[in-house]
Design a protein around this ligand. Structure first.
Ligand code: TXA
Ligand code: MG
Length: 347
């Protein structure tokens, strides 16, 4: 298949009519959102949705998020909207919060992977909103990467993974948030965070008072010694071996420096991904900044791009400094730890 690449900006969205037509015809289109690029198809067309799984190489027991541009679209997808949930919608939509509802009967099984719930969000991006609106249908969209790879935050990332497999790639520039939306199950009481993301635990708590998050996201999941890979499944991962390092700042820097120097001697191409504040202390050409600790939102926005950069330069081993577990830090650590697949060192 010949993938058409188009560039849009919020002032000229006229090309979107062509893409919207493709969505209505059951084709796959990649589009920018404020979190990461999505790979979209008509959420109400089971066959179109099946082709998303095929293009990504995604296991078909993993349900998709349905993207809407208007609240009237929600009412036809879900069974009920509770008052607390209404509050969350008013506060955070459009934005990086996905809500899991009991589904309405005709949402296809392909979209929900056979579950009786459906995940919905309204993205905060003019291109995404306009595409959904012009399509006239809700759009099911996972992140537009091949399964297991880092999520795409630039159109080039989508092309790396999916060129030739989909009808359109819409280039709308870099994604602002950089990590995927928070997934909040509002069918459970209190609501439960299934995936930390752009809207934080603290932000949700402030609006509805009660919210739960799985302990595994909050606690330090790292072990004293590196664990063998394969304990958890690897996701969001660059090709090199990712090792997450946590502990006191100076200890982390010393441990990573020693290991990096040993790797260099052994002819292993390793890369250090660290806070901009720490880069001078490593004094290594093999270090790369993921942004400043003073601005964890920037780290979220950069992390997947930096992972893909490691692939481009052929990194075999990637040491990543951990970030504090608070606010957006939960989401960053979740992605970094999944990329590491359990390889973690606490100094
Ligand atoms: O920011 C995002 O959410 C991006 C952009 C494109 O919107 N999309 C995204 O989709 O990250 P994906 O498919 O990569 O992740 C969807 C997550 C998965 O963890 C999936 O298991 C969960 O949402 N999910 C979807 N439907 C669900 C449901 N009915 N119940 C529980 N979890 C669900
Ligand atoms: Mg994904």
């Amino acid at each position: 298949m010949n993938t058409k690449h188009i560039k849009v900006n919020s002032k000229d969205l006229s090309d979107l009519d062509m893409v919207a037509e493709a969505v209505r015809c059951g084709e796959l289109v990649a589009f920018p959102t404020e979190t990461v690029y999505g790979l979209g198809a008509n959420a109400l067309d089971g066959e179109a949705v099946r082709s998303i799984f095929k293009a990504k190489g995604r296991p078909n027991d993993n349900p998709l998020i349905v993207h809407i541009s208007d609240i009237s679209m929600l009412e036809v997808l879900v069974a009920e909207i509770k008052p607390d949930v209404q509050k969350l919608i008013s506060e955070f939509w459009p934005g990086p919060l996905t809500l899991v509802f009991h589904k309405a009967p005709y949402v296809p099984d392909e979209t929900t992977a056979g579950l009786d719930t459906v995940a919905v969000r309204m993205p905060d991006h003019p291109v995404a909103l306009e595409l959904i609106k012009r399509s006239g249908v809700p759009i099911a969209a996972p992140s537009a990467n091949r399964s297991g790879r880092p999520s795409p935050t630039l159109a080039e990332h989508v092309a790396e993974d999916l060129d030739g497999r989909i009808a359109f790639i819409i280039d709308g520039g870099a994604c602002r948030v950089g990590v995927e939306s928070t997934v909040l199950d509002v069918t459970s009481d209190p609501p439960l965070i299934l995936r930390p993301g752009g809207v934080t635990f603290e932000m949700i708590k402030q609006v509805i008072g009660r919210v739960q998050i799985d302990k595994s996201f909050i606690e330090n999941r790292m072990e004293e010694k590196p664990k063998s890979p394969g304990m958890k499944y690897v996701h969001y991962a660059p090709k090199g071996e990712v090792i997450v390092v946590s502990g006191r700042e100076e200890d982390v820097i010393q441990w990573v420096r020693q290991n990096d120097q040993k790797d260099e001697k052994d002819g292993i191409h390793s890369v250090i991904i660290a806070a901009s504040e720490h880069i001078p202390m490593y004094n290594s050409k093999r270090s790369m900044s993921y942004g400043s600790l003073a601005n964890p939102e920037d780290i979220a926005a950069n992390i997947f791009r930096v992972f893909r950069e490691c692939d481009r330069i052929g990194a075999e081993k990637i040491y990543v400094e951990s970030v504090p577990r608070e606010g957006i830090g939960y989401a960053i650590m979740d992605r970094v730890e999944k990329a590491a697949g359990g390889r973690a060192v606490h100094i």
